[in-house]
Write a protein that binds this ligand. Structure first.
Ligand SMILES: O=C(O)CCC(=O)C(=O)O
Ligand SMILES: [Fe+2]
Length: 386
């Protein structure tokens, strides 16, 4: 007797995701590797206690403390930024588990390199560093605003924690970035203390983003081929970069004297560096500091180097011309750094095109052959030697 079988539909609904597997109780916590015992030439950086910001006279005290750092160094630390250590630790835990996902999963969220869109997963090994490939993997998450809503899918691991990531990112913006911009305005003696804040509101379209980053451990041969990271000097493209405490040494700053010094891991701090845009807005007066990440000292070289960063940038329609009502800049006679009016959106696209597309970058660097590349409208980046 013939039996009839019921044809199953080929369009099955996917199995419901069990998000509880991503609860922090089920995720092994990230722990930082131990600090180096080596005696390295450390940078001497000031530490701003942001708790002082709301006390009477606090802003003025902090601005005074920053004056030298923002003009001559470009790097400093902040502490007491209103996030509990536990919140910070949880973000490191998410970073750890994200990078442990298989490549087949991460590549579903791969960035659109050609479009110079850096949000999503950047796979390691895209760029040629000296005689080898880079060892960096990143995952960038845009602002939680309508401009980016539903534009980028996220892996389930992060979907399970998006509300917490949003709180964290917004806290960094409100507790660190905006207060720092008011301090910069005070240093610049701007009549409107909120001048820069108004160019950096969270709600309006801009390319600020939050990043999980990992530098994979390399063998000695690989480090040698990469010249121990010595050729990686660069400036960041935005307003300020916030870098959470990083005990695996590697970050170095190029000083005015031409020497590189190491950034140490101060407990409870965020390392802040000024970047290109704030420099453009002040005709170079605020210093976008040259830095690089080199091979960790021998006693840390076996470790993966996991990073947590936030990149602040002004609104996309901001014109990158020097601020006109700063007596400080006026006295200095600063000049625009571009031949024509450039907006933030154009600047981001120009820099990211070079950063995300090694093939395009190689051609463009070769155009001049003098170790410089024209990023945009007469503004050049240069290669930093060992
Ligand atoms: O990981 C670090 O210490 C710094 C990273 C950095 O310079 C960058 O991502 O631009
Ligand atoms: Fe950087």
């Amino acid at each position: 007797m013939a039996t009839t079988t019921v044809q199953k539909s080929t369009t099955q609904t996917p199995a419901a995701v069990d998000f509880s597997q991503y609860d922090f109780a089920n995720l092994e916590p990230y722990t930082h590797p131990p600090e180096t015992k080596e005696d390295l030439p450390w940078s001497e950086l000031v530490t701003l206690d942001l708790e002082d910001y709301n006390r009477p006279g606090g802003k003025e005290r902090l601005a005074k403390q920053l004056e030298h750092a923002v003009h001559h160094v470009g790097f400093f630390y902040v502490k007491n930024f209103g996030l509990a250590q536990e919140q910070v630790d949880r973000q490191f835990t998410l970073a750890k588990h994200f990078f442990e996902l298989p490549t087949s999963e991460k590549e579903k969220f791969e960035v659109d390199y050609k479009a110079a869109d850096y949000n999503g997963w950047r796979r390691p090994g895209r760029a040629l560093i000296a005689d080898t490939r880079d060892n960096i993997e990143m995952y960038n998450i845009p602002k939680f605003t309508d401009d980016f809503k539903d534009k980028y899918d996220q892996p389930n691991l992060l979907k399970a924690h998006l509300p917490e990531i949003e709180v964290f990112q917004k806290a960094l913006h409100a507790n660190v970035v905006l207060p720092l911009l008011r301090l910069f305005a005070i240093v610049l003696q701007l009549p409107d203390e909120d001048y820069l804040v108004k160019q950096h509101t969270y709600e309006k379209k801009s390319e600020d983003h939050f990043r999980y980053m990992i530098y994979h451990a390399r063998s000695d041969e690989e480090w040698k081929a990469a010249k121990y990271g010595a050729t990686g000097g660069h400036t960041d493209l935005g307003t300020v970069t916030l870098l959470f405490r990083q005990p695996v040494a590697g970050l170095q700053i190029l000083g005015d004297d031409g020497n590189w010094t190491w950034v140490s891991a101060q407990p409870g701090t965020i390392t802040v560096n000024l970047a290109d845009t704030i420099s453009h807005l002040t005709g170079g007066w605020l210093k976008s500091s040259v830095h690089r990440v080199v091979a960790p000292p021998k006693d840390q070289r076996e470790y993966e180097r996991t990073g947590l960063l936030y990149f602040a940038r002004p609104h996309n329609d901001t014109k990158l011309i020097p601020i006109t009502d700063s007596p400080v800049l006026e006295k200095e006679g600063v000049k625009p750094r571009f031949d024509s009016i450039v907006t933030m959106e154009e600047w981001v696209r120009a820099k990211q095109t070079l950063q995300l597309n090694p093939d395009i970058a190689a051609k463009r660097w070769a155009e001049r052959g003098d170790g410089k590349v024209e990023v945009l409208a007469g503004f050049h980046d240069q290669r930093y030697k060992e």
